[in-house]
Design a protein around this ligand. Structure first.
Ligand SMILES: [Zn+2]
Length: 57
C-alpha cells in the first residue's frame, strides 16, 4: 500500500485522522502527523483560553 503522505510503498499503513479527514500513511508519517495534531490541538487550546481570558475582562 502506498503512504498518502510520503508516497512510499509500505506493507502496512496506519489510518490517521488529520483534521476532519483520514489518511492512510506509513508508520513514520503517522507518528509525525500525530505529533503535529497534538501541537495543533494544544495551540488551539491555548488560543481559546487566551480569548476566554480576554472575554472575561
Ligand atoms: Zn509515509
Amino acid at each position: 500500500m502506498e503512504c498518502q503522505q510520503c508516497g512510499d510503498d509500505v506493507d502496512e499503513v496506519r489510518t490517521v485522522k488529520v483534521g476532519k479527514k483520514k489518511m492512510k500513511v506509513c508508520e513514520s508519517c503517522a507518528e509525525d502527523l500525530e505529533r503535529d495534531q497534538e501541537v495543533a490541538e494544544q495551540a488551539e487550546g491555548a488560543m481559546q483560553s487566551m480569548m476566554e481570558y480576554k472575554g472575561r475582562r
